[in-house]
Design a protein around this ligand. Structure first.
Ligand code: NAD
Length: 475
């Protein structure tokens, strides 16, 4: 297990004498103590990245592409080991952790293909006086700040396109899940990523670390995934140096089920949209809007499916819902549930934490929730599905859009034309029609409104890590 930090290809102890204690959320035990970086370490990492980036940017795209392809293969070859680390520090069931590695690795294969297709354009100026040549050089050094809910994928979704475009990375992983991040840094070097291009510097003083990293004159971009609250703070700090930003922020996804939906498929989709990765997902269905004619049937069937889930340590055979990340998460989730119950909701199943050790919450379905309930306003980030009955399409679209968030949304209907037209009216960056999963490295992931700025993945994703340069030429 790698517990030192990675700067310029060297494994180092952090300058902070207090190491970061990493907990296993299934029992609260400390499983490792990881080197903690200081602002000085952040500066050193940007120095190293700056040096490495110059020669990487000058490396042929085909060579970069082949290194990225090796990264994909190397991560796939280490699926068992990486999934074990994810389950140990995050808690998610082993099957979800393996799924995360497949998804995380795929960003390297996809961007290996994109590295040689960073298209530009050439055209004649309307005046006929010159040629307009547009191309896309790399941004330079990118500072990446990532969350704990996908310890691998939220890193690779940034690193792969950044490297493909010719950039270098300084990563601040979350203090809850640094082990996966450090091992990925190590594996990428084994796969051929030159030293200094990917630096991994955990810290327990994220504010001052971030200030040092972004005040460095070589830093040109910040790519952040995390809560909207922290995203706002970082955007303000980035304004001081007018840094380019990519922001993947919080969600409050509506999940709309019409009377004509295939209810079995809708319940299966709801379980996927709500419960995968132990429900700690930014695209998680947060508000289940169900048309009145099927609200009771949907609620009963969803409650049966949620009640049948096996809750326990992610390493245990058959477990489908692991622990939450920490005690604070349990408190937040239970506060929202108790608030909804006090506002008149009923618990069709669950409704309370499960006694320790570890941080477990019973899969919960709340019926008869109203739009006034505080649970409809907040990102739950836990295994709780509030069902809000509706009777009218325009009203449910208004309710779906009655939030500052706009990341994911879901529509289930037997009439695909209706589902499509409702989907188009929802202010969200991503819409699932009759399906509960949508993440795909080949698709543009990201949010509208306060759910973020920019997109990760797809053909568009690589351009987030590029500049646009125009050359006016005569010949
Ligand atoms: P968080 O915002 O608390 O933390 C994210 C990262 O920011 C962590 O590395 C944290 O250490 C760091 N951080 C916190 N305060 C900071 C500061 N002042 N300066 C610099 N860095 C700071 O989020 P979290 O609890 O780790 O993750 C859950 C959140 O992430 C949810 O809101 C979820 O929706 C969101 N998320 C979004 C996406 C997406 O793609 N849109 C994906 C995953 C998670």
């Amino acid at each position: 297990m790698q517990t030192q930090m990675l700067i310029g290809g060297k494994w180092l102890d952090g300058s902070d004498p207090n190491r970061i204690a990493v907990l296993n959320p299934a029992n609260g035990d400390v499983i490792a103590e990881v080197a903690a970086g200081t602002p000085a370490d952040a500066t050193a990492a940007v120095d190293a990245a700056d040096t490495a980036q110059r020669s990487w940017a000058a490396t042929a795209p085909r060579v970069r592409s082949e290194v990225l392809r090796n990264c994909w293969q190397t991560l796939i070859d280490h699926t068992e080991e990486l999934a074990g680390l994810i389950t140990a520090e995050h808690g998610k069931p082993t099957a979800d952790a393996k799924g995360e590695i497949a998804y995380a690795a795929e960003f390297f294969r996809w961007n290996a293909e994109e590295a040689v297709r960073i298209d530009g354009t050439i055209k004649t100026a309307p005046s006929g006086a010159h040629k307009i040549i547009v191309h896309h050089p790399p941004v330079g050094v990118v500072v990446m700040v990532t969350p704990w809910n996908f310890p691998a994928a939220m890193i690779t979704r940034k690193v792969a396109p950044a490297l493909a475009a010719g950039n270098a990375c300084v990563i601040k992983p979350p203090k809850e899940t640094p082990l996966t991040a450090l091992r990925i840094g190590e594996l990428l070097e084994e796969a051929g990523v030159p030293a200094g291009l990917v630096n991994v510097v955990p810290t327990q003083s994220s504010g001052s670390w971030f200030d040092a990293a972004t005040e460095h004159r070589a830093t040109r971009m910040v790519s952040f995934t995390g809560s909207t609250e922290v995203g706002r703070v970082l955007l303000k700090r980035c304004a001081d140096r007018v840094l380019k930003t990519g922001m993947e922020l919080g969600g409050n996804a509506p999940f709309i089920v019409f009377n004509d939906a295939d209810i079995e498929a809708a319940v299966e989709g709801a379980i996927v949209a709500k419960m995968r990765h132990s429900a700690e997902v930014c695209t998680a269905a947060n508000r289940m809007f169900v048309e009145a004619g099927v609200a009771d049937e949907f609620t009963d069937r969803l409650a049966a499916a949620m009640g049948a889930m096996k809750v326990g340590p992610g390493t245990e055979e058959g477990v489908t819902c692991g622990p939450m990340i920490n005690a604070g998460a349990i408190e937040t989730i239970d506060g929202l549930v108790q608030g909804a119950l006090a506002a008149g909701a009923t618990a069709a199943v669950g409704g309370a934490p499960i006694d320790g050790p570890g941080f477990f919450y019973a899969p919960t379905v709340l019926g008869d929730v109203t739009m006034e309930s505080p649970i409809t306003k907040e990102e739950i980030f836990g295994p709780v599905a509030p069902v809000i009955p509706f009777t009218d399409t325009d009203t449910v679209i208004d309710w779906a859009n009655d939030t500052e968030m706009g990341l994911a949304s879901y529509v289930f209907s037997g009439d695909v034309a209706r589902a499509m037209s409702v989907g188009e009216r929802i202010h969200a960056g991503m819409v699932g029609i009759n399906r509960g999963a949508m993440s795909d490295p080949a698709a543009p992931f990201g949010g509208m409104k306060q759910s973020g700025l920019g997109r990760e993945g797809a053909h568009e994703g690589i351009f987030e890590f590029c500049e646009t340069q125009y050359i006016a030429a005569n010949w």
